[in-house]
Design a protein around this ligand. Structure first.
Ligand SMILES: [Zn+2]
Ligand SMILES: [Zn+2]
Length: 181
């Protein structure tokens, strides 16, 4: 697995300057707290890095396609995902002196020498953009609780109609008679 890296040796020396970046890489999966999610198209990133004088500000976007598993029918499906990137980077020394507006510590990511390693930020942005519910389609009919048939592919033979108790008795009688014949 490669790493999305942006060379910033020139930019670091020029406060106020800006650098555009655009890259794509193949990642096989996105590691999350609950497991690895397969990634099925290149991870595309693009945006700008601005030298604000204090820090290097990255603003951009990441897009790719994940393979999720539907919560209801358990089928795999492709999920195109787009997430915004906004990150601050600084050398180790500078990172400690940068504080937020209200004194809140802002997370400033460390520079790796003359490079910004975008991978951790990209991974976090994708994880934050994951949907709450994983559904293969807006109205997934799920699996039959009785036989496990995928109801998106067709109705099963199970009788899932709510049964009127009086009819249930009748049905029972009919079944008995059928059994006798
Ligand atoms: Zn589904
Ligand atoms: Zn069924």
């Amino acid at each position: 697995m490669n790493v999305v890296k942006i060379g910033v040796s020139d930019l670091k020396a020029r406060p106020g300057d800006e650098l555009e970046f655009k890259a794509q890489e193949k990642w096989s999966y996105l590691a999350t707290a609950t497991g690895n999610i397969p990634i099925v198209s290149p991870v595309r990133v693009g945006g700008t890095v601005t030298n604000t004088g204090k820090i290097l500000l990255v603003k951009g976007q990441v897009a790719t396609t994940l393979e999720l598993t539907c919560d209801r029918c358990l089928e795999k499906y492709r999920y195109p995902i787009v997430a915004a990137l906004e990150e601050e980077y600084a050398g180790a020394a500078a990172a400690q002196t940068v504080a937020g507006e209200e004194g809140e510590p802002v997370e400033v990511r460390p520079l790796e020498g003359d490079f910004i390693d975008l991978k951790p930020a990209v991974e976090e942005a994708l994880i934050l953009a994951l949907p709450m519910k994983w559904l293969c389609r807006e109205i997934c009919r799920g699996l039959c609780p009785h036989c496990g048939q995928n109801l998106n592919e067709g109705q099963c033979q199970c009788d899932t109609r709510p049964v009127d108790p009086r009819l249930a008795v009748l049905g029972e009688l009919l079944r008995k008679r059928e059994g006798e014949n």
